[in-house]
Design a protein around this ligand. Structure first.
Ligand SMILES: NC(=O)c1ccc[n+]([C@@H]2O[C@H](COP(=O)([O-])OP(=O)(O)OC[C@H]3O[C@@H](n4cnc5c(N)ncnc54)[C@H](O)[C@@H]3O)[C@@H](O)[C@H]2O)c1
Length: 247
């Protein structure tokens, strides 16, 4: 028996990095996973690997920044399963430039993927979660959601935005039985994003994103009387869960 048996999960950014690791873990825990990503070929390949292992997973190529595509993703999940139990907003991009070098288009694109995308998907799942009186929303944030870093104005603005979105949504959806949290990896993870951004010191200690997936499972199981309206450190929570016998 998996911890997420029968639960329906939407995982964005499921083709690579943290989203791929979370999609795998959710499937291994028995969830029916709808993986969304813009890199359609890699997404299909990843989901096919899960299907070959006997897990229930579907690839839904989606640009989360598109209102039409985000709504179509949720509509498809609801048409096929009648519910969404878990939404994990993990897709993200980064720009590291001084502000005067950051093109307006780069700012707009980053905010569209990192903040508008989660807004669109939360907006699309809210009615069915409210009708069900339950659900779990996990929004991936960062240390850049609570601290400012030079050359990351757009990225920090997007992740501070994720914090605001998550806090407001927790207040709004908590009374409907829906747990809403933001989560930061808490440890350097080796992903395609960190290959662009990490220097030699972080590369010495970066970990496979699999090590933080227990925290995502735990947040997926929450109700508002449990972990709710929190900024969660994924590595710390995962270590606590491993100490309790989780893998
Ligand atoms: N890697 C880190 O060190 C780190 C640290 C803190 C927070 N994060 C956050 O974790 C999340 C995942 O990052 P990662 O490191 O796994 O990066 P990654 O680049 O490995 O994966 C991000 C995924 O998002 C997808 N994506 C990008 N734009 C998209 C769009 N418009 N629609 C749908 N999918 C899209 C990419 O194709 C990719 O598969 C991001 O939100 C990132 O900000 C990462």
């Amino acid at each position: 028996m998996g911890r997420l048996d029968g639960k329906v999960a939407i995982v964005t950014g499921a083709a690579r990095g943290i989203g791929r690791a979370v999609a795998r873990r959710f499937a291994e825990e028995g969830a029916i996973v709808f993986g969304a990503d813009v890199v359609a070929d890699e997404l299909e390949h990843e989901i096919q690997r899960l299907q070959e292992r006997g897990y229930r997973a579907e690839a839904v190529p989606t640009n989360v920044a598109s209102a039409e595509e985000a709504q179509a993703l949720v509509d498809r999940v609801l048409a096929e399963t009648s519910k969404v139990d878990i939404l994990a907003n993990i897709a993200g991009i980064i720009v590291e430039k001084f502000i005067e070098d950051t093109a307006v288009e780069e700012w707009d694109r980053l905010l569209a993927v990192n903040l508008r995308g989660p807004f669109l998907l939360c907006r699309a799942v809210a009615p069915s979660m409210k009708a069900a009186g339950k659900g779990a929303i996990i929004n991936v944030s960062s240390r850049a959601g609570v601290l400012g870093f030079a050359t990351e104005t757009a990225y920090c603005a997007s992740k501070f935005g994720i914090e605001g979105l998550s806090r407001a949504l927790a207040d709004e959806l908590g009374p409907h039985g829906i747990a809403v949290n933001s989560i930061t990896p808490g440890v350097p993870t080796h992903t395609s994003m960190s290959e662009q951004t990490y220097g030699p010191e972080q590369r010495k200690i970066w970990r496979d994103p699999e090590v933080i997936t227990p925290a995502f499972v735990q947040l997926a199981l929450q109700v508002p009387s449990g972990i709710h309206n929190q900024y969660v450190n994924a590595f710390e929570l995962s270590e606590r869960l491993r100490a309790e016998g989780w893998r």
